[in-house]
Design a protein around this ligand. Structure first.
Ligand SMILES: [Zn+2]
Length: 323
């Protein structure tokens, strides 16, 4: 059932420590954005009540919305089953094990409820309302603490046989690379997400290279994070730039694999690290085209995501339209 054209949708973004919620109109504009704590360590009912309390708060702020909402869309960390709306066993949400979240929320609010992985939902929101608008097939990558990925094909989420795909952040680009948390060697996530950017900078400083990053970390190279790399890069620091150019080269190789596999119409990059990396997107694209075997890969734009910290709210709402 498609929501009414004018109906507001509720987008819910559940993380390990917080819940972000907003009302989203049919153009993807977010209203009444609130953030509340998530209770992830208090058992299944406490976790559910944290979500319900957050949704109720949005309705208290906007009482007429409760009667007219067209659906509730929820993104959460995986693994989860988007087909049944069951949260399986996410490490960040110990409160829920095989928990039928969509069904529970549906029983309370009596509207259609969808549940999806955050990157897949964010990808869909970009295609409906964001940087991916106008493109049918889009590869989305959220680069932050980790690397989340989403694939939209023909304006619908592609998530594989059981809804567990795409785990693009755990594609290896180096058989002899460092072990990733998932157990595989050389995943792009362990090589190029935020923590890897900080690690690469610290290694260069430890080798005696000069940089303003050291001043920004009060002289202690152990304190250099990806945020410090971002600040130094924005201020023109050469070593910070070197760190980021190495990072985008790895990302370019990874993206060329993805282009060679699915040849999307566009690539959209979001997540906390996208702002710092975006000045290097042209360079990343040149390198990606150089690696790709597909002749016309130069026609595939690499775009910065429209939604930033609100991508989960927009993504949740987008799920309601797909349903
Ligand atoms: Zn991995």
């Amino acid at each position: 059932m498609m929501p009414n054209e004018k109906a507001l949708l509720v987008g819910v973004d559940i993380g390990g420590t917080k819940i972000a919620i907003g009302l989203v109109d049919n153009s993807g504009n977010i209203k009444n954005h609130i953030r509340t704590p998530m209770i992830a360590n208090g058992g299944p009912e406490a976790g559910l009540q944290a979500v319900v309390a957050a949704i109720d708060q949005v309705f208290r702020d906007q009482p007429e919305a409760r009667e007219t909402i067209g659906g509730i869309g929820i993104c959460a960390p995986g693994p989860l089953d988007p087909r049944t709306g069951v949260i399986l066993n996410p490490p960040n949400l110990p409160c829920w094990r095989n928990f039928p979240l969509a069904q529970k929320i549906e029983e309370i609010y009596n509207v259609p409820v969808s549940v999806e992985n955050d990157a897949s939902a964010a990808a869909l929101a970009e295609v409906y309302w964001g940087s991916g608008n106008g493109y049918g097939h889009v590869f989305y990558s959220g680069i932050g603490t980790g690397i989340g990925t989403g694939i939209v094909m023909n304006r619908r989420i592609y998530n594989g046989r059981t809804g567990a795909a795409p785990e693009g952040g755990h594609m290896s680009i180096d058989y002899k690379g460092p072990p990733c948390g998932c157990g595989k060697p050389g995943c792009i996530e362990i090589l190029a997400a935020g923590p890897a950017i900080g690690r690469r900078a610290r290694a260069k400083l430890a080798a005696g290279k000069k940089s303003t990053m050291l001043d920004l970390a009060d002289g202690n190279s152990d304190q250099v994070t990806s945020e410090i790399v971002a600040k130094a890069f924005a201020a023109g620091d050469a070593l910070a730039r070197e760190v980021l150019v190495e990072t985008i080269d790895l990302l370019a190789l990874w993206l060329s694999n993805i282009v060679d596999l699915i040849e999307p119409d566009a690539i959209v990059v979001g997540g906390g690290a996208s702002a710092m990396l975006s000045p290097l997107f042209d360079e990343m694209k040149n390198r990606m085209v150089g690696y790709s075997i597909i002749k016309r890969s130069s026609e595939i734009p690499i775009l910065r995501a429209h939604y930033g910290a609100e991508s989960g709210i927009a993504g949740g709402a987008a799920l309601c339209w797909q349903k």
